[in-house]
Design a protein around this ligand. Structure first.
Ligand code: IMP
Length: 430
């Protein structure tokens, strides 16, 4: 895998953390290139659970260099909390195995506050954000008033920039939101203290990454969120504020687009979504609740119950196509063991039209999924480790997902532990 991207092929929470953790064993560098602490990548190692929000999942492997690219919306307080938490559990996190781009834009305490207030201001049109300051941080970046990690490293550099930014934010706080202004002096001191602790990790990540790759290093890009939450191609405006798939890598990591060799999409064997926005295969009834219960579908970052529904092959063809997926990994297959029948969406009906192609850019209100139904297998598959260990009905279900998605399924996941996977042999797809 000289350069491989792992991206979420649905609305996030597809189980990327575990897959990246496995693939990180064969990687020299693991790189986050977009998003921020809105992500929650869960990895279970020998029964011990780790939830990583900002630090790449390769941190749990000795010898891996973990890089946070300039495209990440970096919350230094959250990052350092994560560093401390990992160190307390015996994980090494030092300047040599964690590299943070000097160009990454910073999320301050006030950025998080503004995220909450923007949601309140939107009222019924709220996005249902994670409240981690992601939207306001990228908005400041795009409007060229944002501050970057390098700015935190010197008082002379930070003070005038922060004062300018907070003058604007305080006008918004008092004039629009009717709130108290932020305390500029307190924010300055807090940010400088964070900058001091961050300094050993700060680097020119793009240059280091390109050098490492040119020298033969195996690079793994860790996408956060999912393709349907992409700012340009997702269910806008109910999206996050970055390019979540392969398109985000070139800008977000400083890595030439033509150097990416593989793109592996991660998808659950069903669908979930947190926050507001269209979800064509959502099941509001007992089956959706059963998926939630069986899959323990509650957000790793916010604890919110996830909306649940059936596998959507229309959306899957779109996200695989859009991201140039060379393979698909299907997770949580074991969760479906509890069902007698499984539904898969094969087409949409919208405004009197039957659509097999995802209607990108159209308003999805009133969309109706068309399902085909497959028999369940009704037995526990969490102990399966090879294709032959799976019941025939589970094999048939996976083969249908592959045919409908138009992308080879290269691995299945049947539980949260590192070893609960089934690598796919050629016979599975024939
Ligand atoms: P934000 O990224 O916090 O601005 O939230 C925007 C939308 O993306 C909301 O619907 C969130 O629930 C969703 N979202 C953000 N991060 C994740 C994630 O890691 N998993 C799933 N959904 C996410």
């Amino acid at each position: 895998m000289p350069s491989t991207c792992v991206f979420g092929a649905q609305w996030g929470d597809e189980g990327k953390g575990k897959i990246i953790d496995r693939m990180a064993a064969d990687a020299d560098c693991v790189v986050r290139y977009q998003g921020g602490a809105n992500a929650g990548h869960t990895v279970v190692v020998a029964g011990e659970k780790f939830v990583l929000h900002l630090i790449p999942s390769g941190i749990l492997h000795k010898g891996t260099v973990n890089m946070i690219g300039g495209g990440v919306a970096l919350d230094p307080a959250k990052l350092l909390e994560e560093v401390d938490g990992l160190r307390e559990r015996g994980v090494t996190v030092e300047g040599q195995n964690l590299r943070v781009s000097a160009s990454a834009h910073v999320i301050f305490e006030f950025t998080r506050t503004l995220d909450g207030l923007a949601e309140r201001w939107k009222g019924d049109g709220r996005i249902g954000t994670t409240g981690r300051g992601i939207g306001p941080c990228y908005a400041d970046k795009a409007s060229r008033s944002g501050l970057r990690v390098a700015d935190l490293l010197s008082r002379e550099r930070l003070q005038p920039r922060l004062e300018r930014l907070l003058a604007e934010k305080n006008a918004l706080m008092t004039g629009v939101y009717g709130e108290e202004p932020f305390d500029v002096a307190a924010e300055l001191e807090r940010s400088l203290a964070l900058g001091e602790r961050l300094a050993p990790f700060v680097a020119d990540v793009g240059a280091e990454l390109r050098d490492a790759h040119a020298g033969g290093a195996r690079v793994l890009f860790e996408g956060a969120q999912g393709a349907l939450l992409d700012i340009d191609h997702g269910t806008y405006p109910y999206v996050t504020s970055s390019n979540t798939g392969t398109a985000g890598i070139a800008a977000g990591a400083g890595f030439p687009a033509n150097q990416l060799e593989d793109a592996v999409g991660i998808a659950k064997a069903y669908c979930t979504r947190v926050g507001e926005g269209p979800f064509p295969t959502e099941d509001h009834g007992a089956e959706g609740q059963k998926i939630r219960d069986e899959g323990n579908e509650y957000g790793a970052t916010t604890g919110r119950p996830r909306r649940c529904g059936w596998f959507d092959s229309v959306a899957m063809r779109f996200t695989c196509d859009l991201n140039g997926a060379t393979g698909l990994i299907v997770t949580n297959l074991d969760v479906l063991s509890a069902f007698d029948e499984l539904k898969v969406c094969v087409a949409y009906h919208l405004d009197g039209e039957r659509l097999e192609r995802y209607p990108s850019g159209r308003d999805l209100d009133g969309i109706e999924p068309e399902y085909v139904t497959f028999p369940g297998w009704g037995t526990d598959i969490t102990g399966a480790r090879s294709w032959d260990d799976l019941p025939a009905a589970a094999q048939a279900y996976v083969q249908h997902l592959e045919a409908l998605s138009g992308t080879p399924i290269v691995m299945l996941s049947v539980g949260p532990e590192r070893d609960q996977v089934i690598p796919m042999a050629v016979e599975a797809s024939t």
